[in-house]
Design a protein around this ligand. Structure first.
Ligand SMILES: NC(=O)c1ccc[n+]([C@@H]2O[C@H](COP(=O)([O-])OP(=O)(O)OC[C@H]3O[C@@H](n4cnc5c(N)ncnc54)[C@H](OP(=O)(O)O)[C@@H]3O)[C@@H](O)[C@H]2O)c1
Length: 279
């Protein structure tokens, strides 16, 4: 393919390994960030969902784009649709990082973004990852350090996925047309409850950590108490409902379909991130 690949969120959990994989495949990569700071081997470009003036320069010379919304934002349609429209108007292939389960209901904002892409006529691939394994060293790290991870999951299971497998799936979707016009549900290889996951982390790190399930109200209070804005705290709480219902426990072979390799287990994630989890 002749053009460049634009990667949004290039400094983020998925974007960082994705940029590296694309460079390793010999692609010309435009790595987007709000700062526009250089990223090794890639062309750095300034990009902000809230500044449409950054879209034109970001899409210059691009024929494929990895489009995702950073964590911390609630308004998926408001942030993403202008970027999606910019890609569509330039006939850029879109690989979109969505969220597992949003296709259950067409009124869900992320699903409406998916449908805009599907109905646009541009080549696309939709990736719907499950809960990230990597949340344990980001969102839940403070709980691990305090000896108790508290989320409103009850004993619901999730097939946690390693961000390296999301990045590898995205790299495959961006560098061949074999998967165009399809959506993939990206999961890890096994559904695990938070108690199971925390027990594995506790054993590997040697830190005594337990799991406590919370009510929605208590979880919102916990998050807002550490400075999370109330709308985002409410949003994070709402996405544990599918976990409690068991809807995030299933396992697919979609990572292997896209990458040729089975998805990494939570044990592998823990072993490979042990120093960070221990720190
Ligand atoms: N965590 C999970 O378990 C999970 C599960 C399924 C789906 N998801 C979805 O995955 C997404 C998050 O993926 P991620 O963790 O890879 O992202 P991320 O690391 O939270 O964010 C990626 C990058 O986006 C950039 N960014 C922040 N605000 C921006 C803005 N206004 N304009 C442009 N760039 C901005 C930041 O880099 P700079 O500071 O360099 O700009 C950030 O490093 C969310 O949409 C979430 O719904 C998450």
């Amino acid at each position: 393919m002749a053009g460049k690949v634009l990667v949004l969120g290039a400094n983020g959990n998925v974007g960082k390994p994705l940029v590296k994989l694309l460079l390793d495949k010999g692609e010309s990569v435009k790595a987007a960030s709000r700062s526009g700071n250089a990223i090794d081997g890639a062309e750095a470009v300034r990009f902000d969902y809230d500044d449409a003036a950054t879209f034109g320069p970001a899409f210059e010379g691009v024929d494929r784009a990895y489009i995702m919304l950073a964590g911390g934002y609630v308004d998926a349609k408001g942030k993403l649709l202008p970027v999606i429209e910019a890609a569509i108007s330039r006939n850029v292939k879109i690989v979109f990082q969505s969220v597992l389960g949003v296709d259950a209901d067409d009124s869900i904002p992320y699903r409406q973004v998916e449908l805009t892409i599907i109905n646009s006529g541009v080549p696309y691939v939709i990736l719907r990852p499950n809960w990230f394994s990597d949340n344990f060293h980001t969102y839940w790290k403070a709980g691990i350090d305090h000896g108790q991870v508290s989320v409103p999951a009850d004993d619901g299971k999730s097939s946690f996925i390693d961000v390296r497998d999301i990045a590898a799936s995205a790299a495959a979707a961006l560098t061949t047309s074999n998967f165009d016009g399809k959506a993939f549900n990206l999961t890890g290889p096994e559904g695990l409850g938070y108690a199971d996951a925390i027990a594995l982390i506790s054993k590997a790190t040697g830190k005594p950590v337990t799991y406590l399930t919370l009510s929605d109200e208590a979880f919102i209070g916990l998050l807002t108490g550490v400075g999370v804005p109330e709308d985002y705290a409410t949003f994070l709480t709402s996405i544990f409902y599918p976990v409690r219902q068991g809807w995030t426990s299933g396992v697919t072979g979609d990572v292997e379909t896209l990458t040729g390799k089975p998805a990494r287990s939570l044990e592998t994630y823990i072993a490979d991130n042990l120093a960070t989890l221990k720190a």
